[in-house]
Write a protein that binds this ligand. Structure first.
Ligand code: HGY
Ligand code: MN
Ligand code: MN
Ligand code: MN
Length: 414
């Protein structure tokens, strides 16, 4: 029998069961999840989450970007809420835990308090942020980005997927275009639980990552243009081949990124050739490029390297190049008092832990613009994520949720 709030623990089995029920929505044959932002599958996931929140008496608000705020009243309704949450949307070949864990860990905290009849002083809110992944609509984290004032609502609604569907139109279509303004309210503190999506915790046999910040991200659309011509009769020397230009740039950029620092990251996640016919040299090739580094000067170095190499492409290959920056999310350092709230919760619970910077972007990046924030990481198998084989241990997920519970209580008061 618990006699103090300190003795509270979440129900790991209930958390796991909810994760598996949510994972069934958009489940892929290979065991992952395809619940891309604002698709019918995302709607089903949102509907299920809302049902669970209403089952425990939460008041639910939805804003103009489709961000969902599920609120559990506190004894002092005037006190700004302590919030948690993450995202329900997934990559096309995503896993069962990226984002979803943070949303359902937040729900488990509310469920646990409800079970025990414990009222916090400050209200608590679990948030579902729209389009965190940036897979269907670019850029990533746009729901929290509009809410925090990084992007205008018009920009947010205008973002279109490859088929031309817009965020605004899709929010309307699935019934999640809320009427609450997508703008921040005062917040006491914010915490987000997430799988690490990298190998560090598992390799170092640590159970919890106390996240001190998030590395910087820059996205670019790089367009290479050449002359479409016949694959057969055209001699190689007579071609302006955009694929050759792309290969020229990527070979040099990959080696410079690797040589610069072990922390530097370069990803070419999406490539498109037009007209896209095997026996025609393309007119153009578009590369979706993602560069990352934990320090501002490091990210700036990668940015300059890209542009320096781009200037040499035409001379070297005959094809032209255009680099357009799509998104810039500078490195973020989280709030000391929230980091300390997580760290002391972990130490009280006796879990192994280490401080670390997040390699992945999260909605907490934009929440940190308007509120004190920290994050809680748990290991995932092989550090694998954005992969259908993504997996995590039930007891690790439970431990991370216990840390979330106690970090939130430490700021909400009981
Ligand atoms: O790109 C990211 O780091 C995140 O998955 N949106
Ligand atoms: Mn995520
Ligand atoms: Mn992700
Ligand atoms: Mn410690």
């Amino acid at each position: 029998m618990e006699n103090t709030a300190q003795d509270l623990r979440v129900d790991g089995t209930r958390l796991w069961d909810s994760l598996m029920e949510m994972a069934a929505i958009g489940a892929t044959p290979a065991g992952g999840c395809n619940r891309q932002a604002l698709t019918d599958e995302d709607k089903q996931g949102r509907d299920l989450f809302l049902r669970w929140c209403r089952d425990i008496g939460c008041e639910v608000r939805i804003d103009r970007m489709g961000n969902i705020f599920a609120r559990r009243a506190g004894t002092d309704g005037a006190m700004p809420p302590v919030i948690t949450g993450s995202h329900l949307d997934t990559q096309p070949t995503g896993g069962k835990f990226d984002g979803v864990y943070g949303v359902l860990a937040g729900l488990e905290v509310l469920r646990t308090l409800e079970d025990k009849g414990i009222k916090t002083t400050a209200p608590l809110e679990v948030v579902v942020w729209t389009n965190e992944e940036g897979a269907r609509f670019s850029p990533a984290m746009i729901g929290s980005g509009v809410w925090a004032g990084e992007f205008s609502l018009e920009y947010g609604h205008s973002r279109a997927d490859k088929g031309g569907a817009t965020i605004g139109g899709e929010l309307e279509r699935i019934g999640y275009l809320g009427d609450e303004p997508a703008e921040p309210k005062p917040i006491t503190a914010a915490f987000e639980a997430h799988i690490e999506q990298g190998p560090i915790l598992e390799k170092q046999d640590q159970l919890i990552g106390v996240v001190t910040g998030v590395q910087g991200i820059r996205w670019y659309d790089v367009t290479f243009r050449g002359t479409p011509c016949h694959a057969g009769p055209t001699p190689m020397a007579d071609r302006r081949d955009p694929v050759q230009a792309l290969a020229w740039l990527c070979e040099r950029l990959y080696s410079e990124v690797k040589a610069y620092s072990d922390d530097a990251r370069m990803t070419c996640g999406d490539l498109r050739a037009e007209p896209g016919s095997r026996n025609t040299v393309p007119e153009k090739v578009v590369l979706a490029l993602d560069l990352r580094h934990p320090q501002p000067e490091g990210l700036e170095h990668l940015h300059r390297t890209l542009y320096r190499l781009a200037e040499q492409v035409e001379e070297a290959t005959g094809a032209s190049i255009d680099v357009r920056e799509e998104w810039h999310s500078p490195p973020v350092v989280f709030d000391e008092s929230c980091i300390e709230a997580v760290n002391s919760a972990v130490e009280r619970l006796g879990y192994s832990h280490r401080k670390m910077v997040s390699g992945a972007g999260h909605d907490s990046v934009y929440v940190s613009r308007v509120a004190p924030v920290s994050m809680i990481f748990v290991p995932c198998a092989g550090g694998l994520s954005h992969n259908e084989a993504e997996s995590a241990e039930p007891d690790h997920l439970e431990a991370g949720c216990n840390v979330l519970l106690h970090a939130m209580l430490s700021r909400a008061g009981v």
